[in-house]
Design a protein around this ligand. Structure first.
Ligand SMILES: Cc1cc2nc3c(=O)[nH]c(=O)nc-3n(C[C@H](O)[C@H](O)[C@H](O)COP(=O)(O)OP(=O)(O)OC[C@H]3O[C@@H](n4cnc5c(N)ncnc54)[C@H](O)[C@@H]3O)c2cc1C
Length: 463
């Protein structure tokens, strides 16, 4: 049995590791277009900031660790064609030399590609001129090369999603003056604007200039200054704005890298991501898909596209289980995610109000706040929460939280994720036996107090 995984990141390596673990007799080959197998691209902002002192430290496992499991790594090797009828994968090395590899099962884990928005001048500019995308290890190296040039002090970041925010912190920590431009009215549009506003304030408190409701129209080399750039935008008042920069990061989201699969006859689905069933099978026999290149099964929404590293790991593992004859389904995502922005942590799981409404629920969203631990013990901070639950039966649908670093915001979101996963109601969340000691919590945990606030508001609203 020969399993080939295309892609050397979360999905591909998870498939390869699990296949080798389940059956050491299985031959496993990972074909990766780059030279960085099993690197944590999620750690790039912390390499850029200098907190991770060497890029090699971003490796989840070293190449030797991976090879010790018995998998074969074909790095700097691009998969160029899939012949599903004859079960052959054509690959090309750096010099374009092609070779066909036979497989019994193929797992496509080609990930996502960063979106290049329609900004005038963007096509003609690249790392040489100080304009960067942030997605791969090579992107990280190109960015550090720019940052190491003399006289680089002003950065403009186009986009204020979670990666843009992490980069704002990273570049500020590195000593740059950062301007963050977001076309939507508030930063971190994946949470409600009331919570985004707290993140906005945190950025400004750390010296980041934030321009929301501002649409970037063009990036061009400055007239004077060898490497400087000018970012032209339209502000919320409709008037033109201009931002000088030595380096520009464009971080506005990703799209599935599904062209190779599509050209082989693999069916695409939501947002052109590879259509897969819950066993990670595509429409072609013996061809599986996982990670950022495939659709995401969401426990509340059905099919969506939600590219996250946590999901890629799970899907890659599920693919391996099914390849080796086990019947395993991907249980589904809730879009649980967390981001640190300077001293704040923002997490969410499940649905926000408008998402729940669009999915056919009748949600009620209630804001609350509670201390992370007993206020009499030093260092307590409030956690801001927004609970979304079904109006009539109280079924928990979503939770968004913002708190201080150290306030266990992420793990509280994770408790809510476990509750939503299991279909718990708000009052069942409030009944959970959660831990307590004054330096770390309260007899009623913050999220239980928030749940009780939701119940009171629901009684007042619905009667
Ligand atoms: C800066 C940053 C921070 C992030 N932070 C988080 C976080 O905190 N939490 C979280 O859950 N997620 C985070 N993510 C998202 C997470 O990194 C991705 O969801 C995850 O990497 C997806 O894994 P993947 O294996 O599907 O694809 P990718 O990581 O995109 O890897 C794709 C692989 O396929 C290879 N490939 C592509 N085409 C070919 C081809 N034709 N032939 C051979 N190989 C090919 C590539 O070389 C690569 O090895 C972050 C992403 C970035 C960029």
């Amino acid at each position: 049995m020969h399993v080939i995984a295309i892609g050397g990141s979360d999905a591909g390596i998870s498939t390869a590791l699990r296949a080798r673990e389940l059956d050491p007799a299985v031959e496993v080959t990972v074909v990766a277009a780059d030279a960085y197998p099993n690197f944590s691209i999620c750690g790039i902002p912390y390499y850029i900031s200098g907190e991770v002192t060497h890029w090699r430290n971003l490796a989840h496992r070293t190449r030797a660790d991976l090879e010790a499991t018995g998998m074969r790594l074909r790095l700097d090797t691009r998969a160029t064609r899939i012949h599903a009828d004859t079960r052959r994968l054509v690959v090309a090395d750096r010099n374009g030399n092609e070779e066909a590899l036979g497989y019994d099962a193929l797992m496509i884990g080609t990930g996502a590609l960063p979106i290049a928005p329609p900004i005038a001048g963007l096509d003609a500019l690249g790392p040489e001129q100080g304009v960067h995308l942030v997605h791969s290890m090579d992107d990280a190296f190109a960015l550090t090369d720019t940052l190491e040039r003399a006289g680089i002090s002003r950065a403009v970041i186009v986009g204020a999603g979670y990666i843009g925010l992490e980069m704002a912190e990273g570049l500020t920590t590195r000593g740059l003056r950062v301007t963050q431009i977001e076309q939507l009215p508030e930063v971190l549009p994946t949470v409600d604007p009331e919570l985004g506003a707290l993140v906005h304030a945190e950025l400004e408190q750390h010296g980041v200039t934030v321009a929301c409701g501002t649409r970037v129209e063009a990036i061009a080399p400055a007239e004077r200054g060898e490497r400087a750039l000018v970012v032209s935008a339209t502000g919320p008042d409709g008037k033109p704005r201009s931002y000088p920069a030595d380096v520009v990061l464009v971080v506005v989201g990703v799209r599935p890298n599904s062209e190779l699969a599509a050209s082989a006859g693999v069916k695409l689905g939501f947002r052109d991501a590879i259509a897969v069933d819950r066993r990670m099978r595509t429409n072609l026999p013996h061809v599986y898909g996982a990670g950022d290149c495939v659709e995401t099964h969401h426990r509340l929404l059905g099919t969506t596209y939600l590219p996250l590293g946590t999901t890629a790991h799970k899907q890659g593992r599920v693919a391996a289980e099914n390849i080796l004859g086990r019947e395993r389904e991907f249980a589904g995502s809730l879009g649980t995610q967390v981001v640190k922005v300077f001293d704040l942590v923002i997490a969410r799981t499940g649905l926000r109000d408008h998402e729940a409404q669009a999915a056919g629920f009748e949600p009620l969203t209630v804001a609350s706040r509670a201390d992370d631990h007993k206020a009499y013990y030093p260092g307590s901070h409030p956690i801001q929460m927004r609970f979304t639950a079904e109006r009539r039966d109280g079924r928990l649908l979503g939770l968004q939280l913002v708190g201080q670093l150290g306030s266990e915001v992420a793990k509280r979101a994770d408790v809510a994720a476990a509750a939503i996963h299991n279909g718990l109601t708000i009052s069942e969340l409030s009944d959970l036996d959660l831990s307590y000691t004054p330096p770390l919590g309260s007899p009623w945990d913050a999220i239980q107090l928030g749940a009780q606030t939701w119940e009171r508001a629901a009684r007042a609203a619905i009667g």
